[in-house]
Design a protein around this ligand. Sequence first.
Ligand code: ATR
Length: 302
Amino acid sequence: MNEEVFQMEHLSSRHALDHGHSKPALLAVIGCPVAHSASPAMHQPALDFCAIQARYIKLEVPVGRLAEALQKLSALGFHGANITVPHKLAALDACHDVDAAAQQIGAVNTVRFIDGEIHGWNTDGPGFSSAIRDEFQTTLEGKRVMIVGAGGGAGQAIATQCAMENVSWLVLVNRTLDKIMRLRDVLCKRHPDLRCECIKLDDEQIAGVAHQCQMLVNTSSLGLRPDDDSPISINCFDEHQMVYDTIYKPPMTAFLRHALMKKASVSNGFSMLLHQGVLAFDIWYPGSAPLEIMRRGLGTTR
Ligand code: ATR
């Protein structure tokens, strides 16, 4: 796997991007930092499998320069790009046209360049939905879902997806209450039938509410460090729940350990990472994403 990280100055010419390589760079993951991204490990094998003569590169773009980078990629003939932290909100403004889910989520994580225009999508929410189908063989519709740490980008994408797929009850939990109250207001305005509640992370009622939910999802960043505690106590979990952690590195968090100890069904965020990538590939090359090739490619990064 090519670990090279490209910078803005490499977008000055095709030569700067491609010399020493047999295939042209036509896709990229854009972030800052971006060196750690697992996306090339999933997309390059998919391109090779589909015999698409293209390289998928990592491109580091500083905050404030995303629109300029996208315009340059478009002019260079790139097919598309994935957008990651911290550019997902800026990407929404940089696009000529944005699909309905991305509009609702308020962020773009996938772009495609078509006839000099930039088109944007968000595959995080739909990728979560596919991951739930893959891991638990069920859909979000009609479920009672608790999202823990819903104040960040992942929480917003997943909460929006839950509302779009008609969950029967959505419980947003966060350390900072006003962030999720704003999110609830936006969701309820768009989905007047949505039953949605906000609970502060340290509220003592949280365990009782959690036991009324069929699905608990961690979208907080707590768990990214191996010694992080779980955002909610072990008393919140039981054997009837499906428990999903959006974190995939490390693969086993304290949140999932608690759930496993209470015999819940569990999954980490590997499947969401995979499915958001599969959906992005299908946007660039409709109907051709090789799921198992991408799963295997991503597996090499674990
Ligand atoms: P973003 O996705 O926008 O980068 P983030 O800073 O990574 O956001 O935080 C994502 C979520 O993790 C937020 O809901 C955050 O809670 P706050 O809104 O209260 O900041 C939550 N979070 C981060 N660290 C946490 C911690 N130590 N305890 C509990 N929740 C935490």
